[in-house]
Design a protein around this ligand. Structure first.
Ligand code: ATP
Ligand code: LTN
Length: 331
């Protein structure tokens, strides 16, 4: 039997090059070998307030970009998280099997607290238990995510093990799968910070739908250093190291393999090679995006995906409800 893989992307903005290299592209590649379950994490999105009109547009673009990148609705299950109500229901049960101490230790939460953000929502606090439900309800073998999401998958594993021990074996304990290259693309304007789609002010974020001229401009103004040599030294030259990672990842190879080709270039020449590689990668996807965005393929994909996902999720939820003792009569 084919092993199952599951992942989601939170469309809290337009998808970025980081989302593509760190996540989406890998989903597409995995379709040949695995049964892929891929969803748009719109519930996770609203853990932080979103303008409804903007959110709707982001969701639509995200589905279109999934398809334009090559996710195939015939082979993969593609759906909207909120369309499968079982996620939220299992999320609550898992929240009742998780502890405040665990939530307080999550980096994402601690970072926001440390920044003194005082309007954090309860939904944001329970982000990890909903994410655990997203995962565990499908019994995947692997969860491919970028580096920043590893802790969330680990807590899902802990919750699964606890539930299995407390009741009886119910959930598969999945493995996170982190790509070797492209797992953490940094912002071009601050190479110590992750390229993030919700950083709307940041000019160092490349969006998947950016026009070639915009990409060139952003790469040309990427922060570098005064050393003047293209080397891979993330400590001393984080900007150049990031561009090298982007180049290697765009070409689906390693930094070691691209260095001999660019090590002798000056920064201006090097940046132009990097822009070319990004444009070459994104242009065909953008073309397909424009072809499908106004067709009924998006609606059809989400409808069919929802039915397939619900079939799996409702079976699992029933089992869980029974084990926890919520049901009186077995249906
Ligand atoms: P937000 O700004 O809302 O936190 P984000 O752009 O950081 O969003 P997520 O929606 O949290 O991205 O992530 C979607 C997937 O893309 C995850 O698997 C995540 O690890 C991956 N990802 C996000 N940003 C990057 C990045 N800069 N480099 C590599 N992978 C990334
Ligand atoms: N938190 C993830 C999105 C996400 C997810 C998931 C990823 C929600 N549920 C389940 C993998 C599995 C993010 O922001 N990238």
């Amino acid at each position: 039997m084919m092993k199952r893989m599951l992942s989601g992307i939170k469309p809290s903005g337009e998808l970025t090059l980081g989302n593509y290299l760190g996540a989406l592209r890998n989903f597409v590649n995995y379709q040949d070998e695995y049964e892929m379950v891929v969803f748009i994490a719109n519930l996770h999105c609203i853990t932080v307030y979103q303008d409804p009109k903007e959110l709707r547009q982001y969701l639509k673009d995200a589905v279109a970009l999934y398809l334009a990148s090559g996710l195939d609705p015939q082979r993969s299950i593609i759906f909207l998280q909120s369309d499968v109500m079982e996620h939220a229901q299992l999320g609550f049960i898992l929240a009742c099997n998780s502890y405040l101490g665990e939530m307080n230790r999550m980096t994402q939460y601690k970072d926001k607290m440390a920044k003194g953000e005082n309007a954090l929502t309860v939904g944001f606090y329970t982000y990890p238990t909903l994410m655990a439900a997203d995962i565990l309800i499908y019994d995947p073998d692997y969860v491919p995510v970028g580096d920043d999401q590893k802790q969330h998958v680990e807590i899902a594993r802990d919750i699964a093990e606890r539930f299995n021990n407390r009741y009886s074996p119910t959930f598969k304990v999945p493995e996170p799968l982190i790509p070797k290259v492209g797992a953490r693309i940094m912002s071009l304007s601050d190479p110590l910070k992750k390229m993030s789609k919700s950083d709307h002010q940041d000019k160092g974020v490349i969006y998947m739908l950016d026009e070639p001229a915009v990409i060139r401009k952003k790469v040309a103004s990427a922060v570098t250093d005064s050393i003047g040599k293209v080397n891979f030294d993330p400590k001393e030259q984080p900007g150049i190291a990031n561009l090298l990672q982007i180049l290697a990842s765009c070409k689906s190879t390693t930094v070691e393999a691209v260095l001999p080709e660019v090590g002798h270039l000056n920064y201006g020449e090097f940046k132009s090679v990097v822009s070319d590689a990004i444009i070459e990668l994104l242009e065909p996807i953008q073309k397909r995006y424009h072809e499908i965005v106004s067709t009924d393929l998006l609606e059809k994909t989400l409808y069919e995906g929802k039915l397939k996902a619900q079939a799996i999720a409702s079976r699992k939820l029933k089992k869980v409800q029974h084990k926890v003792g919520l049901e009186i009569f077995k249906r």
